[in-house]
Design a protein around this ligand. Structure first.
Ligand code: HEC
Length: 291
């Protein structure tokens, strides 16, 4: 409130400036912290547009969004751009986008596949400013800066990080099918109802965002298949226990997966075993690694 401003003891012109600054509500600014940062829009690997946050703010409009944020474990308030408007600017129109598959890539290596239907269900926003903290409140186990663009969801039912992922440091929005973006993560030839295929579905839904297999996928966590598969150097019981609760091993950056059943873990291990027989490593030294 403006009444909180103490009576001035200095020049009246200056007092006015001070009073105006104090009266300005913190969410009135429209500038993102880094308006020159840009978002790249791609279709199947090809860049179709790159727009600065300043340009996106002008075109898409910015509003204040309050939501429960599972990373911060409380309600947060952001200045944010409606994602449907952002996608319209990036891809020209929303026509057909609902039926497409997307991959969102972040600066820190997080790479999350998302259905267009999900992104356009309503409630998705690109936060460009933390209203409570102009230099962004640190996020996640490594206390990262989520800016300059952080995907948030406004709805009360949109707080689950598996179904409604919140990539921070968002850099690229790409329209592409999973099998085009990550062709060598597919356990080709496995029967549709096999354990390996069930495990692949879980990997695609919950793990590829942070882990690569055959050099395709996120790189927040370690590559799981090449040069050696995790099943070649870790005992199976340890892999299963690690996936379910990594914090019993080390204070790292992998979230626990308490919801995965024993059957889910059977599937994941079967998938990792199947991939260990399908290695593809474009980075392997051609001379066999001899110095
Ligand atoms: C938010 C990112 C993230 C997600 C999601 C994630 N991981 Fe991880 N994972 C990591 C990181 C980072 C490490 C490295 C060790 C650490 O920090 O805990 C790791 C380590 C591992 C390891 C142990 C590697 C080793 O030998 O030390 C395995 C196995 C693993 N992850 C499997 C999975 C599987 C399977 C899933 C999906 C169910 C998954 N992870 C989901 C980030 C993630």
């Amino acid at each position: 409130m403006c009444s909180a401003v103490r009576p001035p003891r200095f020049a009246p012109e200056l007092a006015l400036v001070v009073a105006l600054a104090a009266c300005r509500r913190p969410d009135e600014g429209t500038q993102s912290v880094d308006p020159t940062a840009s978002i790249e829009f791609r279709i199947e690997g090809r860049t179709v547009r790159r727009l600065t946050l300043a340009a996106l703010e002008r075109a898409a409009g910015v509003e204040t969004v309050t939501n429960f944020d599972a990373y911060y474990r409380r309600e947060k308030r952001f200045r944010a751009l409606p994602l449907d408007r952002v996608l319209t600017e990036g891809f020209g129109s929303l026509d057909g986008l609902r039926a497409k598959q997307f991959v969102i890539r972040a600066r820190d290596g997080y790479t999350v596949p998302l259905a267009g239907e999900r992104l356009l269900e309503g409630g998705a926003f690109l936060a460009v400013r933390d209203v409570e903290n102009p230099s962004w409140e640190p996020i996640g186990p490594q206390h990262a800066n989520p800016g300059p663009a952080y995907l948030v969801w406004r709805g009360a039912t949109q707080t689950d990080l598996e179904s409604h992922p919140r990539p921070w440091q968002l850099a690229v929005i790409e329209i592409t099918r999973f099998d085009l973006a990550f062709p060598h993560t597919v356990p080709a030839g496995e029967a549709a109802d096999s354990a390996a295929m069930r495990g692949f579905a879980i990997f695609a839904r919950e793990c590829v965002r942070c882990h690569a297999v055959n050099r395709e996928g996120g790189h927040v966590g370690p590559e799981l298949n090449v040069p050696q598969s995790i099943v070649e150097y870790r005992p199976e019981a340890q892999i299963r226990a690690y996936i379910r609760n990594p914090l019993t091993f080390r204070y790292g950056n992998m979230p626990a997966h308490p919801h995965l059943t024993d059957g889910d873990l059977d599937g994941l291990v079967a998938y990792l075993r199947a991939m260990s027989l399908r290695k593809h490593d474009p980075d392997a030294p051609r001379d066999g690694g001899a110095p």
